[in-house]
Design a protein. Structure first.
Length: 80
């Protein structure tokens, strides 16, 4: 799943060195949370107009996880 996220996000951003993915599993809910961190200047590229790109990223990851019988959530954060 991380490779899929990397393949989707890396072409969108300019500061690839600041791009990271953190994975956290919530045992109580059964969800896997993927935290994408990008540079502040790349936030607009990853989110898109009215959040369209972010919605597409979340939909792709959610459906890919469902094919594996898992539940996934994508959070987009700004690097500090």
């Amino acid at each position: 799943m991380e490779k899929l996220l990397t393949a989707i996000v890396e072409p969108l951003i300019e500061n690839v060195e600041q791009f990271t993915i953190q994975v956290r599993k919530n045992e109580t809910t059964g969800y896997t949370v993927y935290h994408i961190r990008v540079a502040k200047s790349d936030m607009g590229r990853v989110i898109g107009k009215n959040g369209r790109i972010a919605k597409v990223i979340r939909t792709i990851i959610r459906s890919a996880a469902a094919r594996k019988g898992e539940k996934a959530v994508v959070e987009i954060d700004e690097c500090e």
